[in-house]
Write a protein that binds this ligand. Structure first.
Ligand code: ADP
Ligand code: MG
Length: 140
């Protein structure tokens, strides 16, 4: 294990329901440190670029529309084994399959409006952090 950084998004369904603080509490309770954070509204182009890996999936345009439907809070999280640790705290993509106590079980509305994003690998974390933050904005 090593100290890693991962990229997190608190999605529009969660910002709309005022759940930013609750989700941040769950992140911090899991031992992850929020070392960068900002609340922004993504353009359609930003959402399309971020989710380009899913562009052939049937839900792609719905996902782009959802991610631009309101503010998102983008974050960098730091901690031991942060990529896998955050995926554990998030829970399964579909909240119906998520373990008790996870963010998605506690907060998500549906498989699409599932409250949070977390990077799926160290390599993708670095790419996603670079798309959203300058080094000067990350304070460990
Ligand atoms: P995860 O966010 O758990 O890594 P994916 O990378 O597979 O999941 O999908 C990215 C996002 O696309 C999900 O978080 C969710 O918002 C949306 N999504 C995934 N699968 C579906 C689906 N079957 N129908 C609608 N939206 C979906
Ligand atoms: Mg994913």
């Amino acid at each position: 294990m090593a100290v890693q950084r991962t990229f997190s998004i608190i999605k529009p369904d969660a910002t709309r329901r005022n759940l930013t603080g609750k989700i941040n509490s769950m992140i911090e309770a899991a031992g992850l440190r929020i070392v960068a954070q900002k609340r922004v509204k993504w353009s359609e182009d930003q959402a399309k670029e971020f989710y380009a890996v899913h562009k052939e999936r049937p839900f792609y345009m719905d996902l782009v529309n959802f991610m631009t439907s309101g503010p998102v809070v983008v974050q960098v999280l730091e901690g031991e084994d942060a990529v896998a640790a955050y995926r554990t705290v998030m829970g399964a993509t579909n909240p119906a399959d998520a373990d008790a106590g996870t963010i998605r079980k506690e907060c998500a509305e549906s498989i699409e409006a599932n409250s949070v994003h977390g990077s799926d690998s160290v390599e993708n974390a670095a790419i996603e952090i670079g798309q959203n933050f300058s080094e000067a904005e990350i304070v460990g």
